[in-house]
Each structure stands twice: as structure tokens, then as C-alpha cells.
Design a protein around this ligand. Structure first.
Ligand code: ADP
Ligand code: MG
Length: 204
């Protein structure tokens, strides 16, 4: 069973991963965007860490809803509302249970990813974060390690894609040949989830 501590570990691991990879995320965004994706997410996840320490939410759903709300209010650009919606909707789907199962997390995360698609209007193959989120959430049914690997493969697969949504779409054909920054950070979110799970002693 996954408790609120597990979800706090997930958010802490995500914040650490974003810190570690901020320069790379910004470099990817400088090729097909406006070079702010790393700093956007660093600011957002630092704020998530701070608010979780301050408010100490007691259920999995409350942890994710608070984290999502914080991302929406601190991350500028397209990715703030999208990631905020992902976490808020996932948290909402978990309800107020004190613990949830792996299966419940998979289902809830699926609802979160669907909400990202609805908000941004993107589909698989449009070269966005969804190209990592969709394969990642599908593989969650297998294992956390499989989800991490599938999301990373999904991010890598955005390189030859033509961007159809967001800032990168303004570049048209020139967006081809670069990995999407949002898909790259989404893969980090799955890596952080697998890390939180490993820390629990459950392997991947
Ligand atoms: P901005 O583009 O406003 O500067 P960021 O740089 O923080 O915002 O985030 C860019 C990322 O957001 C892109 O790499 C892409 O993955 C994601 N993104 C942009 N628009 C959409 C959308 N409509 N649907 C899904 N993801 C999107
Ligand atoms: Mg940007």
C-alpha cells in the first residue's frame, strides 16, 4: 500500500531530478522553445517541496492536489498548468483514502494524463509531454521500472517528430531533430516515481 509518505518521497525525488537536470531541460527548450523549461520546473518543484513541508498533507490525494496547485501558481508557461492539472487530477482521483494500491495509483494517473490531453488539446505524436506520459502510464500496469523505461523511450522518440502543439510548433519543420523538453521532464517524473518505490524496498 502507498501512503502519504510515499507520495512525499515521489515529489522530493522529482524536485531533486529537476534540479539535477535543469540545465539539460533548459538547453532542450532553447533549441525549440524559449529556454525556460528547466528554470520553470525548478522554481515550481522548490515551491512544492516548501509547501509540503509547511502544510503536511496527510493523504496521498491531498499531497498531489497541493503539489499540483502549487505548480499552477508558481510555474509560468505552458507546462505549469499542464503539470499542475496532471497532479491535481491524479490526486482528486485518489480521493481521501489514507493509503492506495499500485493499481489505484495507475488508474488515477491515467485520469491525470487524460486531463492533460483535454487541457492542452495534444495527442500522441504531437511532440509534447504526452509522448512520455502516455506510454509511461500504460506501462505502470506492469511495474514502476517498466513505466520509467517506457517514458524515457517515449521522450527519446520525440526527436524525429514535428511539433504540433505549444511554442515548438511555431518552428514547423525546424522542430524536427530535437527532443521535446516537456517529454524529457515527464520521463523524470516517472524515474522519480520508480525511485520512491525502490526506497520503499519493493524493487522495481
Ligand atoms: P513554454 O512553452 O510556455 O515556455 P515550458 O517551456 O515550461 O513552457 O514547457 C514546454 C513544454 O510544454 C513542451 O516541451 C511540451 O512538452 C509542453 N507543452 C506545450 N504545449 C503543450 C500542449 N498543448 N499539450 C501538452 N504539452 C504541451
Ligand atoms: Mg519554454
Amino acid at each position: 500500500m502507498l501512503d502519504a509518505d510515499f507520495f512525499r518521497r515521489w515529489m522530493a525525488a522529482a524536485a531533486a531530478a529537476v534540479d539535477r537536470e535543469a540545465a539539460r531541460l533548459t538547453e532542450l527548450d532553447s533549441a525549440i522553445g524559449d529556454a525556460d523549461h528547466g528554470s520553470n520546473l525548478q522554481r515550481g518543484f522548490a515551491a512544492v517541496t516548501a509547501v509540503l513541508e509547511k502544510e503536511e498533507p496527510q493523504t496521498p490525494g491531498a499531497v498531489l492536489m497541493l503539489a499540483g496547485r502549487q505548480l499552477i501558481s508558481t510555474v509560468g508557461g505552458a507546462s505549469g498548468p499542464l503539470y499542475g492539472t496532471l497532479l491535481r487530477r491524479t490526486g482528486k482521483a485518489l480521493g481521501d483514502a489514507p493509503t492506495v494500491t499500485d493499481h489505484q495509483l495507475g488508474e488515477a494517473f491515467g485520469a491525470g494524463v487524460t486531463a492533460v490531453g483535454q487541457l492542452g488539446g495534444a495527442q500522441a505524436g504531437d511532440k509534447t509531454m504526452l509522448d512520455a506520459l502516455l506510454p509511461g502510464v500504460e506501462a505502470l500496469g506492469t511495474s514502476y521500472g517498466a513505466a520509467r523505461d517506457a517514458a524515457e523511450a517515449g521522450a527519446a522518440a520525440t526527436v524525429p517528430m514535428l511539433a504540433r502543439k505549444g511554442r515548438a510548433s511555431y518552428l514547423g519543420e525546424r522542430s524536427i531533430g530535437h527532443q521535446d523538453p516537456g517529454a524529457t521532464s515527464s520521463a523524470l517524473l516517472f524515474a522519480a516515481l520508480a525511485e520512491a518505490h525502490d526506497l520503499r524496498g519493493g524493487g522495481s
